[in-house]
Design a protein around this ligand. Structure first.
Ligand code: MG
Length: 407
């Protein structure tokens, strides 16, 4: 925390925001004991939240934004996909055993006797799989509409992961396809869960393209930011079709981080990620429940801030580039409605604009992309969560009309 305060020392509002968030996230219980130790002490449900908090603190915080009836389905959806991903990521786990398991994991979701020991890259992941019956029992408590969504997405993601086990991300199409499996499908699933809860329009679950984009925008931002970490771990998700335009070897950029080639390659991928913003804005405009809106919008705004930070930044090639904790805290507090989201997006797009290097071969594409985004941001559209003067029924009707028009 001291380091984070120091980073925001000239920004007192960020420091205040950090204290506010810290104070209000105390309700999320943090345990010192390992999941393995907790398994015998906690109820199934408490174990699931403890597991969520261990494997993704940031997701555990953002899930607190959700309405009560959606917290359990979304928490379990996350843990089940995390279990699947744990199977996928463990490189010591042989393909002979792994691939059939990835393809059939959807049949095991509610199996209260299934578990695996010794699989997973971290202790928390291994403990999650070891105590999987606690997840399965919690899943079996959910309403059936949620089961359908979770099972369907798990099946599609598991098959996608198995397909990509011996396939590399070469073309931009591969890149989009891979990101669809690991993140776009999460977008589909969340829309399905929101519709099933009745808190969002039942038409939302059919908005596949824009739901997919919500996931792709986040995933691509992470892939761009994680260049250095992934290189160190011996993997790469940057499409070779792109990086081969700038270098013969993927590790060239780490050795020449300030070179025009390295920065142009990085910016090329940032421009590609920006392509998804119009869809994301459109998706967020369709949401009508304020808490669901915040749950979806906070990660989008954080990703936008991260893209502004990584754009044209040689540090991406030599370490981890992150936004200040203070900035993240402020963004979290100031993502209450669509107006605030648009304000944040504009701010970070301007930061990118101010960093444009006219010698960069991507500049023209970037400017075209920015123009298209500004047009969407400027569009004075009735956003569902701004219609507080309308009754719930009215706003629901206007939302349905908007969704229909869009089809
Ligand atoms: Mg994985």
């Amino acid at each position: 925390m001291i380091k984070d305060i120091y980073a925001s020392i000239t920004r007192p509002r960020e420091i205040a925001a950090m204290y506010y968030i810290r104070k209000h996230s105390r309700e999320i219980k943090q345990y010192k004991e390992s999941l393995d130790e907790l398994a015998s002490q906690l109820s199934d449900r408490d174990f699931c939240y403890a597991a969520l908090n261990k494997v993704s603190r940031s997701f555990a915080v953002v899930i607190q934004q959700l309405p009560e009836q959606l917290k359990d389905p979304v928490c379990l959806f996350y843990l089940i996909l995390r279990a699947l991903d744990t199977l996928e990521d463990d490189m010591r786990f042989s393909d002979n055993e792994k691939l059939p398991l990835l393809r059939n994991f959807h049949e095991l979701i509610g199996n209260e006797t299934w578990y695996r020991e010794g699989i997973g890259d971290t202790k928390d992941y291994r403990d999650l799989l070891k105590h999987y019956p606690k997840v399965a029992r919690s899943y079996n408590q959910l309403d059936r509409e949620y089961h359908q969504v979770i099972k369907d997405i798990t099946q599609r993601m598991g098959n996608g992961m198995a397909d990509f086990a011996d396939r590399k991300v070469n073309s931009l199409d591969d890149y989009d396809e891979y990101c669809h499996y690991v993140a776009g499908l999460v977008g589909h699933g969340l829309s399905g869960l929101f519709s099933a809860s009745g808190l969002e329009s039942e038409l939302l679950k059919d908005k596949l393209q824009i739901s997919n984009s919500m996931g792709l925008f986040l995933q691509k931002t992470n892939i761009i930011r994680d260049y250095h970490e992934d290189l160190y771990l011996g993997r790469s998700f940057w499409p070779s079709e792109v990086w081969k335009q700038y270098a013969d070897h993927f590790d060239y950029f780490a050795n020449a981080p300030e070179s025009p080639e390295a920065l142009a390659c990085l910016n090329h991928l940032v421009v590609d990620a920006l392509r998804h913003i119009p869809d994301c804005i459109q998706y967020m405009r369709l949401l009508q429940n304020k808490q669901v809106f915040r749950f979806c919008a906070i990660p989008q705004v954080m990703a936008m801030a991260t893209l502004a930070e990584v754009f044209n930044n040689p540090k991406v090639f030599t370490g981890v580039v992150k936004i200040r904790k203070g900035l993240a805290a402020r963004l979290m507090l100031h993502t209450q409605n669509m107006d605030e989201v648009i304000k944040s997006f504009r701010k970070f797009l301007h930061i990118i604009e101010n960093k444009i290097n006219s010698n960069d071969p991507n500049t023209q594409n970037l400017q075209k992309q920015l123009k298209a985004i500004y047009e969407i941001l400027d569009k004075p559209e009735l956003s569902a969560n701004q219609t507080s003067k309308l009754s719930f029924q009215d706003s629901k009707n206007s939302l349905n009309k908007m969704v229909e028009q869009e089809v």
